[in-house]
Design a protein around this ligand. Sequence first.
Ligand code: SF4
Length: 360
Amino acid sequence: MGSKVWKRGEAICLSSLQATSKVTGGIVVDRHVGIDLLATYETRSKTLRDKLGFSPEEAGVEALELVTSCLKRHESTKTVPAPTVEFLAEVDEFNRTAGGKNPILKEQSSTGVGEWAGYTCNIGKGCSHGCLYCYAEKMATRFKRVEGAEEWQEEIFREVSTAGCKKYPSTVMFPTTHDISPAYLPAYRVHLYNLLNAGNQVLIVTKPHFESVQAICAEFASFRDQMIFRFTIGGLNGEVMRHWEPGAPPIEERLLCLKHAFEQGYTTSVSAEPMLGGQKEAIKLYYLLEPFTTKEIWFGKMNNIGGFRKSADPEVAGQAKELMGLQSDDEIMELVEALRGRPKVQWKDSIKEVIAKRNR
Ligand code: SF4
């Protein structure tokens, strides 16, 4: 080290900590961490400048952050800590007293949830996120399980047990009709443990709370191969997101969760369904999130948005009309063209329908 002059492309071997310091000093390494950090830095910087209009300085700062995150991920995956004794005691106690039915059900549909998983698991009724477009709320209201959207926001645990859970033949998506709010978190972690400990593959779809993601990441490193985090991030405009998803974590918190799960060595994915903006915002979202996403980024339109156009609330009707305009078939096809060939991009059925219509 010291006064040594590094040649571009020279292979050296450093610990991750040394590598971090060299990276932040403008020198990057390859061999020890098994990833080409220089290429990562340069590609990221170029993408941010070319695709997202960042200045060279801003792009440099962001690119360094990505390199640091890659190094943290590398560091995390070197160790596989088992769940703590305290958490296992919590699991035992919970399972000892838990009663009720098995909450895991076979998914009947081949679209929606069925595109992602063969089984579903839910441990509560209601969701404090109160998304205006929530299908689970509409069903609960229709079948008189709740009085309406207001009551839906109360989170009530169901009496269920996953103690002695079996291994299911395909992925279990958990949850699908509520979220992992801090209120659901303690019970959620126990049920998640039961599912994973039985050998199941679990898809965790959530508008993520940092408290919840951090608590899951802390205990489940030994199950990393069986889990996928899929974070729902439908847009980047905080105001619009607050309109449609008033009780859900803000965009900044969701991005933090994605980065945290990535750095902790977990498999990460994003669901931009429903998209809450037009094609330009979706493209921006893709380029911002892609490096922290190890699996797919799904895009889909809001289902049944037409109904909101007739809402008595002028704000809801206005937002719906604007979104419909932003997601016309022409706009969707521009998105499809712009992201064509990107390996992580996946289209949900609502977008596949537009593509099929145009190809007829
Ligand atoms: S996060 Fe999901 S379950 Fe909760 S209100 Fe929103 S759409 Fe419904």
